[in-house]
Write a protein that binds this ligand. Sequence first.
Ligand code: 523
Length: 125
Amino acid sequence: MVAAAIIVDGRLLLAQRTRPPELAGLWELPGGKAEAGETAEDALRRELREELGIEVSGGDRIGDDVPLPDGRVLRAYRVELVSGTPVALDHADLRWVDGRELGEIDLVGNDRGWVPDLRLHLNGW
Ligand code: 523
């Protein structure tokens, strides 16, 4: 599983989940499942095109791997917004947050461990 940290002008893009019910309403770094044969960057480019209608590039790791209960691993990557304006095609809503807001928003549990790393990127930008 891959998740994207998209930072523009010192703000991080968060997306609000619609499913499953236990995660609906919580905020996440957008992303999804890498398909067989896809690199992480391929998967991020495809998922973000499908979910947000944007083109991204890059893919340096951010934060630690998060093991999921089903045996998969969730990894976050810093990507650059190349073109487009994000639209919530598969999420309930989108928000751009600064470092302070990132600490106050209700993130999905799996993404919470990345907050200190994300803050470094937000403040150092
Ligand atoms: N997470 C998660 N954080 C996060 C993402 C992108 C995903 O905790 N930033 C978890 C949530 C789900 C699982 O990863 O337990 C699958 O995410 P989902 O539903 O966004 O990805 P899909 O739809 O590509 O994959 P499947 O639902 O597994 O088919």
